[in-house]
Design a protein around this ligand. Structure first.
Ligand code: UD1
Length: 417
């Protein structure tokens, strides 16, 4: 099993390009099966979650090619609509194939998806919404068998929570339903807009993405399209956290700064200077950060739950006390154990964590237990004195493309062994 060995306290400096968004690429790849044609997806990050999507597409009969960060998916040969458990369990996002397969073939079957254990991750909102669109869903000992005996038709769907995945599943499925679908309390994340942009390029008629009310006029068929995936705002937030943890100064290129609004305001509260120019963000961090008062995770445009862990890692040796309130997932403090081993002072009570900045951190043997938790431990280790080893690197590889190379190019001392 690979491990990272991180020799801390090297100030990060320089420029790094931000990878394409994982959370955009995954639903877009699933949606590509609607087209019965070839789609060309640029700026796809090379991640194990993306490879899991490609494996599902190939299993279903699609032809997928890869050249650099461009994936081509020709779904004209799709001949399967049942995804085996071994493929479903590789990532949470595989559930997006449910809406896509239903729309393309009229039926689908798959088991409960896998993914990081960051709390119970029900899919009730996905299933309820697909039923409103005309699906009949039978839970056969953990396998969902989904059919649309009378076809799919538009519906009014009021989400009780703006779930990102449910919004995506509905948008994908409703594209080819008869009539108009209106989703209220829809997720407003930038990745929702990116999915709508891709689907609209394929001939879908989706409006309101990003506004909370999404309207989808069903169309009879879609065609393939070319699409450029947006930059990954969470990878950007993670690199900024790594930089700030070392008191460094880095410039990120290929970012959409407006996607980082809530994140950058926390960095500024910590004493960092943020300079935004076009598609670049420069962060200049002080030698020691000041703890912000509250980091409260919220649906977009609030502070993203995915950035909570790396920001906690960077604050472990800040000055003062920060209160974290995790409003999205129930069990998203899996990184705290590793931070404590490095000398952090953090107390967790349910969805709340109180972090009292430690004067310094020291290297330790740590293990990542989830994707963003891995990022938290790396951010802290970069600012810690001595050597930290990190196991559980497979979690990191789900969401970050050659992360240690990017960090090394910025002056960090990180090796994969
Ligand atoms: C997506 C992102 C993930 C991010 C999360 C929140 C992808 C591939 N993943 O995950 O990185 O952390 O958004 O921004 O895009 N819920 C239900 N029932 C459902 C669906 C969700 O109760 O049917 C709950 C979840 O348990 C969770 C909350 O809603 O507490 C948010 O989940 P959701 O927005 O659906 O997250 P994902 O789409 O899984």
């Amino acid at each position: 099993m690979p491990q990272l060995v991180i020799n801390g306290t090297k100030r990060l400096r320089g420029e790094a390009r931000v990878q394409g968004s994982k959370n955009s690429a995954l639903p877009i790849l699933a949606a590509s099966i609607l087209c019965n044609d070839e789609s060309v997806i640029h700026n796809c990050p090379d991640l194990s979650d993306v490879r899991a999507s490609v494996d599902i597409l190939r299993y279903l009969g699609c032809r997928v090619g890869c050249s650099g960060d461009t994936l081509t998916c020709d779904s004209s040969g799709l001949c399967e609509n049942c995804i085996p458990d071994s493929l479903m369990r590789r990532m949470r996002s595989s559930i997006i194939f449910l809406g896509a397969l239903l729309a393309r073939t009229g039926s689908a079957s798959m088991c409960f998806p896998g993914g990081c254990e960051i709390g119970p991750r029900p899919i009730d909102l996905h299933l309820k919404a697909l039923e409103l669109l005309g699906a009949e869903i039978r839970d056969d000992h953990g396998t969902f068998r989904c059919t649309a005996p009378d076809g799919l038709y538009g519906a009014k769907i009021a989400l009780s929570f703006p779930s990102v995945g449910a919004t995506e599943n509905i948008m994908i499925c409703a594209c080819m339903a008869e009539g108009t679908t209106v989703i209220t309390n829809a997720a407003r994340e930038p990745e929702i807009c990116d999915l709508a942009d891709y689907l609209n390029a394929c001939g879908a008629m989706i409006s309101g993405a990003g506004d909370g009310t999404v309207v989808i006029e069903g169309v009879e068929k879609l065609h393939g399209a070319s699409h450029m995936v947006i930059p990954d705002r969470i990878a950007a937030a993670t690199l900024l956290s790594c930089c700030a943890s070392t008191g460094g100064r880095i410039t990120l290129t290929d970012v959409i700064p407006s996607h980082l609004g809530a994140v950058l305001s926390i960095f500024e509260e910590c004493g960092c200077i943020a300079d935004i120019r076009g598609g670049t963000v420069t962060i200049d961090a002080p030698y020691r950060l000041t703890a912000p008062k509250i980091v409260r995770t919220m649906p977009y445009p609030g502070f993203p739950t995915d950035a909570q862990a790396p920001v906690m890692g960077m604050l472990a040796k800040s000055r003062g006390t920060a209160l974290f309130i995790e409003n999205i997932f129930e069990n998203r403090y899996l990184h705290v154990g590793g931070l404590l081993r490095m000398g952090a002072n953090i107390k967790v009570e349910g969805r709340v964590a109180v972090l009292q900045g430690a004067p310094s951190l020291h290297g330790a043997q740590t293990a990542a237990l989830d994707l963003r938790g891995a990022a938290a431990l790396i951010a802290a280790a970069l600012g810690a004195e001595g050597v930290t080893t990190l196991s559980g690197v497979k979690y990191l590889d789900r969401g970050y493309e050659s992360f240690e190379s990017t960090l090394c190019a910025l002056g960090a001392d990180v090796k994969r062994i």
